[in-house]
Design a protein around this ligand. Sequence first.
Ligand SMILES: Nc1nc2c(ncn2[C@@H]2O[C@H](COP(=O)(O)OP(=O)(O)OP(=O)(O)O)[C@@H](O)[C@H]2O)c(=O)[nH]1
Length: 314
Amino acid sequence: MENVNVDSNPSPADGDPSLPAGGQRCGLIAIVGRPNVGKSTLLNALVGQKVSITSRKAQTTRHRITGIRTLGDAQYVFVDTPGFQTRHSNPLNRTLNRTVLSSVSDVDVVLFVVEAGRFGLDDAKVLSLIPEGKPAVLVANKLDKVVRRAELAPWLKSMQERHPFAEFVPLTAKRPDDVKRLLEIVRPYLPEQAWWHDEEALTDRSERFLASEIVREKLFRLTGDELPYTSTVVIDKFEEEGNLRRIAATIVVERDAHKGMVIGDGGERLKRIGTEARQELEKLMDAKVFLELWVKVRSGWADDEERLRSYGYE
Ligand SMILES: Nc1nc2c(ncn2[C@@H]2O[C@H](COP(=O)(O)OP(=O)(O)OP(=O)(O)O)[C@@H](O)[C@H]2O)c(=O)[nH]1
């Protein structure tokens, strides 16, 4: 498996207390809220193109980093809160919610997202999981949909009574100026400490890593249980030309029979893997993606480097 290290900087947990902060700020941020309030939209806007859905930090094994944004002296590290489930209340979800509680406790600040002017039972359930002592920012999203702005003031006041929020930010996640303002508001809540990630690691290399992970995800999803997990994806080429990414990847399998599984009848399956991966990468990278996929048998001799198909040229 390709081993791309997206985190070349030591983390605080790696233990270098002498590392000078140099006026830098860095912290973990969780974005929580019931489904459909706009969390993904907000996250994408907050991190811009520097999305890294896969990297992990040693000191936050309970979190998956969903994105990182470095702006001025501050590095914002956005993390997942696994299992933040409100749709169904069953014993499993209740257990998950307890996990969430502890994972929310680790972060420096929580962005609690609701739709401006609305607060329902689902919102209340999520809010109840945020510990009182944790700095929480009320993000009242979809402000553009609020017709009567005058009614927002009393609503904000009622929200103030529900929870000791540190900040109240009505905004439209789709408006860049609003998102920039939110970053400025969050900045003081990030502890003064050295960045955990270097800026370079967040751009090209993490996109490269992202590409291999997305192809891998599609590969396993579309082949089901048939394909052994020893199969891997290697990125052979990753080129950036403005708003275009040219990516060539090789799916490496153990046996000829596995190769057949990946390719499928008449190349159908490989084609789907390529198409789905390309579409998702385009969304994540906010760029046009040309993706070429090859399949190679690791121990094979005859098919080495055989180019099977290329996709993305439309
Ligand atoms: N009008 C408007 N629509 C928005 C805004 N932010 C998000 N949306 C829309 O709201 C819908 C839900 O957005 P998502 O970002 O998928 O919401 P989510 O909270 O991540 O949803 P889940 O993944 O279900 O938890 C999408 O159709 C978005 O386009 C906003 O500021 N204004």
